[in-house]
Design a protein around this ligand. Structure first.
Ligand SMILES: C[S@@+](CC[C@H](N)C(=O)[O-])C[C@H]1O[C@@H](n2cnc3c(N)ncnc32)[C@H](O)[C@@H]1O
Length: 224
């Protein structure tokens, strides 16, 4: 990968140097040197406001076991580590994201607090009713079978557990049509809420983020 590649997510999305199909596949599953060294960092920087809002929505307590599904650059795990003292889990189906996470989050991994799992959302290698709070940000667009994914999240959630989805709505995402037409599924909040309701979650609520960069971004929370 050329060293002159843009490092910021917004620059990447606007870049003519990086083919849209390549960017779409790196967003779906960061891979190779670009995935490990460029995309993970760009995700943490570009998605910071939404990741923070999604973790905040969980209102973590000190004893909450936490899971971030599709943790990308690992920002959600770092934020959760400041809020809970219980075990932390990150699951991502990209082996390169997990390798990058071992490096980027090495202090947490070395301390024994954080376990990074290479796993698909639909096949999480965790016991039933094991986690109290789940965050998943900018991932739902890539799930081929969201109902199956919701079933898996529900299975690993303890009764009363919270699941928070952070995402950009379909209207905002349509501004990036050149990229999203390569395999993204787009959702408005009503569709995400309906998925959570059909999975049996309750107390479902959506917060719309504000601010020029965050307009069109949402966090939808449900309770198991
Ligand atoms: C666009 S990135 C978002 C990363 C981070 N959550 C953020 O908001 O910055 C999508 C992440 O989800 C992971 N992912 C996509 N589909 C997945 C699946 N079916 N199971 C597990 N991880 C998945 C990708 O490998 C990637 O790390």
């Amino acid at each position: 990968m050329a060293t002159a590649s843009p490092r910021k997510l917004s620059d990447m999305l606007a870049s003519k140097a990086l083919p849209h199909r390549f960017l779409a596949s790196q967003l779906r599953r960061p891979t190779g040197r670009f995935g490990r060294w460029v995309m993970t960092r760009a995700l943490d920087h570009g998605n910071a406001a939404l990741v923070l809002a999604t973790v905040d929505a969980l209102e973590l307590r000190r004893d909450d076991t936490f899971l971030d599904v599709g943790f990308g650059g690992g920002l959600g795990l770092r934020l959760a580590a400041e809020r809970t003292q219980a075990p932390l889990f990150g699951a991502d189906f990209s082996p390169d994201v997990v390798v990058a996470g071992q490096r980027r989050l090495r202090a947490l991994v070395a301390s024994g607090r954080l376990n990074l799992l290479c796993a698909d959302v639909a096949a999480l290698p965790l016991r039933d009713q094991f986690v109290n709070a789940i965050c998943t940000t900018n991932t739902i667009y890539f799930w081929p079978d969201p109902e199956r994914a919701l079933d898996a999240l529900r299975r690993v959630s303890a009764p009363g557990g919270r699941i928070a989805f952070g995402y950009s709505g379909a209207t905002k995402m349509s501004n990036f049509d050149g990229i999203t037409r390569h395999g993204f599924r787009l959702y408005e909040p009503a569709q995400v809420e309906s998925l959570l309701r059909d999975a049996g979650l309750h107390n479902i609520q959506t917060r719309a983020l504000s601010g020029s960069h965050s307009e069109g971004d949402y966090v939808t929370l449900g309770v198991v």
